[in-house]
Design a protein around this ligand. Structure first.
Ligand code: ADP
Length: 268
C-alpha cells in the first residue's frame, strides 16, 4: 500500500526531494484508484448483459415457456444483449489501443465538408425514424490535417448521440472557419445535461443518471473515444448544454494556412 508521506521539514535539496517523492506517491495512488475503478466498471458493464442472457436462456432451456411469441421475445432479448456485449468489447479494445498510442492515424490535408455531408447521409434514416430533422450549414473552410476516417468516426458518434438522446426537434450541424481554426458544431434540442454533470461526460463509462436506464443503448464509452481521437489529431472538443433546451458539441481543428505549410516545409 502506498500511503507514504515523508515529512518535509527543510527547504533544501532534501526537502524538495521529499516533496517530489510525496507528489509522485500521490499520483501513483490516484492512478491505482482510477485503474481499480475502471476494472470495477468494466466488470459491471460486461456482467449486466451476461446476467440477462443467462436468465432468459435458462428459462428457455427448462422449457418453461409454452407460448411461441413469448419464446421469440426471449430469444430476441438474448440476441440484443449479445450485440451489446460485442459493442462494449469493441469500444474497450479501441480505447485501450488509443491509450497505448497504438492507433494508426493517416493524417493528411483534408477538406472536411464532404466528410461531414457523408456522415449526415449515413444517419439520416435513423433521424427520420424518430421524426428528427437534420439541418446543416456547411460553409467553405480551409483544409485541416486529420485522418478522414477518424474524423468521420468522431462526427458519426456525436450525431448518433444527438439522435439517440433527442426526443423531438432538430439537429443542427454547422461548419465554420473561425480565428482559432475550423469548427464543427453539432447541436441538438434534446434533454440537455446539467452543469454539475457536464464535466464528467467524457469519462469512461459515465452516463448521466436519468439516462442510465439501458433504454438508450450506448456503452458510456463513446465520448471518451471521441475526445481521445480529437486530441490525438491536435484538435479540441467543448460542450455547452442547458437542461430542457439542448446540447452543443464543438470540435475544433487548426486550419492549414499558407504560413503553417511554410514552417512545415522549413523544418524538412
Ligand atoms: P453513451 O454510449 O451512453 O451514449 P457517451 O460516452 O457517448 O455514452 O455519452 C456519455 C453520456 O453523456 C451519455 O450516457 C448521456 O447521458 C450524455 N450525453 C451524450 N450526448 C448527449 C446529448 N447529445 N444529449 C444529452 N445527453 C448526452
Amino acid at each position: 500500500e502506498l500511503n507514504l508521506e515523508i515529512p518535509v521539514e527543510t527547504k533544501d535539496e532534501i526537502g524538495s526531494l521529499s516533496q517530489a517523492i510525496n507528489d509522485l506517491a500521490k499520483e501513483l495512488k490516484q492512478y491505482r484508484d482510477n485503474r481499480s475503478e475502471f476494472f470495477a466498471n468494466v466488470s459491471h458493464e460486461l456482467k449486466t448483459p451476461i446476467t440477462y442472457m443467462e436468465g432468459y436462456a435458462d428459462i428457455l432451456a427448462k422449457d418453461l415457456v409454452e407460448n411461441d411469441e413469448e419464446k421469440k421475445k426471449y430469444l430476441q432479448i438474448i440476441s440484443e444483449e449479445a450485440r451489446r456485449l460485442n459493442v462494449i468489447i469493441n469500444d474497450l479494445f479501441e480505447l485501450s489501443k488509443m491509450e497505448e498510442g497504438k492507433i494508426d492515424l493517416k493524417l493528411m490535408s483534408v477538406e472536411p465538408t464532404s466528410i461531414i455531408q457523408r456522415s449526415i447521409d449515413k444517419v439520416q434514416l435513423k433521424a427520420q425514424e424518430k421524426d428528427l430533422t437534420i439541418r446543416s450549414k456547411l460553409s467553405p473552410v480551409p483544409h485541416i490535417f486529420v485522418d478522414s476516417n477518424r474524423l468521420e468516426q468522431i462526427i458519426l458518434n456525436l450525431l448518433d448521440n444527438a439522435i439517440r438522446y433527442t426526443a423531438e426537434g432538430y439537429i443542427q450541424v454547422s461548419l465554420t472557419s473561425e480565428l482559432e481554426g475550423v469548427v464543427i458544431s453539432i447541436c441538438d434540442t434534446g434533454p440537455g445535461i446539467s452543469t454539475e454533470e457536464l464535466p464528467n461526460i467524457f469519462e469512461r463509462f459515465y452516463r448521466v443518471e436519468k439516462s442510465r436506464s439501458r433504454a438508450y443503448g450506448g456503452t458510456g464509452l463513446g465520448l471518451s473515444i471521441v475526445q481521445s481521437l480529437v486530441l490525438q489529431q491536435g484538435g479540441t472538443i467543448h460542450v455547452e448544454s442547458k437542461i430542457g433546451e439542448g446540447t452543443r458539441f464543438k470540435v475544433m481543428f487548426p486550419s492549414i494556412t499558407s504560413s503553417s505549410l511554410k514552417s512545415h516545409s522549413f523544418k524538412i
